[in-house]
Design a protein around this ligand. Structure first.
Ligand SMILES: Cc1cc2nc3c(=O)[nH]c(=O)nc-3n(C[C@H](O)[C@H](O)[C@H](O)COP(=O)(O)O)c2cc1C
Length: 300
């Protein structure tokens, strides 16, 4: 598989298939599969689920709804918080055989600065991903939906670490290309997209919202064409590399994202159906053989 090796923001990867944040629990998988997980790790870099400054319980149940071609989740970013992550999870994630990307989200700039400085200062961490799919608590505006908010958030943290910063864009924006340009202008080293699309399934018996969090995020094959359009739009707007995701379930899907302008891809919902999907998709991409041509056209 060495022919699929790439560099992302100067970090060498053995291949172009990452996991999408929050969709593969490497610590639980290690408990279940032991060292076999490390020998056959499904991804070429590992992205953690989003870490916030304070611990979070997440949203009340129910948290999942299956929909044709995808699912809607309202997990609500449950996590141990920064200290719990650094003390509990990071030492275990450091054992993984691939570079580690830590996803962080702050509810204001002070929180973001603290997260980026603490996580970015750790040798085990190769890159950081800023999840900007949250409201600014002062303005109420979804940070990732607004170029000015994204610019301010990235500027606030840019000098807090020398590690590469990936900004994870929200698809729930009028103009993702403008948000990507703002992220790049403020110093992002890469952008990743798409996050989930906002949705609201109703309980068929009561016609009231099914999810405990009322609304949730749609993921899976149903969002693939939306993601492809947004990746192409962003690729036309920025020079930084793109991590493309949204409904990737096969090597052919991955190749579509590379053709649309992504330098590497990430697999999310498909890993719930097939925990080794990342590895399979890498092998399918290799077998398809178009990777080199597409990569030459759109270098990472
Ligand atoms: C259960 C679940 C949890 C997720 N958690 C996070 C998260 O913690 N941080 C984040 O940036 N994105 C999160 N996402 C979004 C995914 O990383 C990804 O952007 C999205 O699901 C689209 O890719 P997919 O269609 O391949 O799943 C989550 C998605 C799912 C389905």
């Amino acid at each position: 598989m060495s022919d699929l090796s790439v560099e992302l923001c100067g970090v060498p990867l053995r291949g172009p298939v990452l996991n999408a944040s929050g969709t593969f629990d490497a610590i639980a998988a290690r408990r279940a599969f032991g060292d076999a997980l490390l020998e056959r790790f499904p991804f070429d870099a590992f992205v953690t689920k989003t870490v916030t400054l304070a611990p979070r319980q997440g949203n009340p149940p129910p948290r999942l709804w299956e929909t044709p071609g995808g699912m809607v989740n309202s997990i609500g970013l449950p996590n141990k918080g920064l200290d719990g992550f650094l003390d509990g999870d990071l030492p275990q994630l450091a054992d993984l055989p691939v570079p580690l990307v830590v996803s962080v989200m702050g509810f204001d700039h002070t929180e973001l600065e603290r997260l980026v400085q603490a996580v970015g200062g750790r040798d085990e961490v190769a890159m950081l991903e800023l999840n900007v799919s949250c409201p600014n608590v002062e303005t109420g505006i979804l940070v990732g939906a607004d170029p000015a908010e994204t610019d301010a958030a990235v500027r606030a943290v840019r000098d807090r670490t020398t590690k590469p910063l990936i900004v994870k864009l929200s698809p729930n924006s009028v103009d993702p290309a403008a948000v990507a340009r703002a992220a790049e202008g403020a110093g992002a080293d890469a952008v990743s997209l798409i996050n989930t699309l906002k949705g609201m399934p109703l309980d068929p018996r009561t016609r009231a919202p099914w999810l405990g969090g009322r609304t949730g995020g749609l993921s899976g094959p149903a969002i693939r064409v939306v993601a492809l359009e947004q990746v192409a739009a962003v690729a036309g707007a920025v020079d930084v590399p793109i991590v493309g995701m949204g409904g990737i379930a096969s090597g052919s899907d991955a190749l579509d994202f590379l053709a649309a302008g992504a330098g590497v891809v990430a697999v999310g919902t498909e890993s719930f159906r097939d925990p080794s999907a990342g590895r399979r998709i890498g092998a399918e991409l290799f077998a398809l053989g178009g990777f080199e041509t597409v990569r030459k056209r759109q270098p990472v």
